[in-house]
Design a protein around this ligand. Structure first.
Ligand code: UDP
Length: 247
């Protein structure tokens, strides 16, 4: 698979449709792997934390979430076909799984949210089987964590959405990969369950289609300006890394 290196993170150069096909072939072939969807903030985190960079680059699929990654690819002359937001990729994967009556487990978010998200996903994609859910507020190691792993294994789910926020979700999957015996594909999805459950909203279609989701969020939450400034900083850092030959 072709990759595009953005400041050390190796993104897979695939469209959303190709990514869904790849994940489905893994699910059918009983191969194991996890999927991550880094945005500029996650790439920054990887640069500061080489161990986390290793976790991200070890994923079976590394998909570009956010327009910032696409701009950075352009600056570096790397080819990426376009954004593949995790939240959209996961929904299309559910649509494909529904046709084969595959089982899904949802892990994360506040109590009650994963159940609601599961009910909504199953209503939207008839045929999809909700194998189980668990909230994300448990100790991420030791007995409590092992009990969550056992519940996932017992559910027989082939696909697992892990929605605990970055970098907790990526680390939790890595720490438990060997113990997770039934799930073939694990997907890191941040706050997506809140959106599927209907308690958080994405930007309206116009903003999503025009890569202006960041602008919509800024209008809704002006205090995000500090976070927003990270994007021009990230792009400037990418440009500097390029001219210094360190990209
Ligand atoms: N969360 C969780 N367990 C925790 C901490 C957070 O399940 O110990 C959930 C939280 O309820 C939210 C999600 O993880 O649903 C994080 O969402 P956010 O949008 O902040 O994540 P990001 O995608 O930015 O990492």
């Amino acid at each position: 698979m072709k990759t595009a290196s953005i400041l050390g993170v190796q993104f897979h150069a695939v469209t959303k449709k190709q990514a869904v096909e790849l994940a489905m072939s893994k699910l059918r072939a009983r191969q194991k792997g996890y999927v991550v969807t880094p945005n500029p903030e996650i790439v920054d985190l990887c640069r500061r934390d080489p161990e986390f960079m290793g976790i991200v680059n070890h994923a079976a699929l590394v998909l570009p979430d956010g327009i910032g990654i696409i701009y950075a690819a352009k600056i570096l002359g790397e080819g990426l076909p376009g954004r593949v937001p995790g939240i959209e990729f996961a929904e299309e994967l559910c649509a494909a799984m529904a046709k084969e009556n595959m089982r899904l487990f949802l892990l994360g978010a506040k109590p009650g949210i994963a159940e609601k998200a599961g009910t909504n996903l199953c209503a939207k994609f008839p045929g999809l089987v909700l194998a189980g859910t668990h909230d994300g507020y448990f100790k991420k190691s030791g007995e409590e964590s092992d009990a969550v792993v056992s519940a996932i294994n017992a559910s027989g789910a082939k696909l697992l959405f892990v929605c605990l926020g970055v970098p907790v979700q990526e680390r939790w999957i890595t720490d438990n990969r060997e113990k997770l015996t039934a799930a073939r594909v694990c997907m890191c999805l941040g706050g997506s369950l809140d959106v599927y459950a209907g308690v958080a909203q994405r930007a309206p279609k116009f903003f999503v289609d025009h890569s202006l989701e960041w602008f919509y969020r800024l209008m809704k939450e002006p205090k995000r300006i500090g976070r927003m400034m990270k994007l021009p900083k990230f792009l400037f850092g990418t440009y500097l890394a390029k001219i210094r030959g360190k990209a």
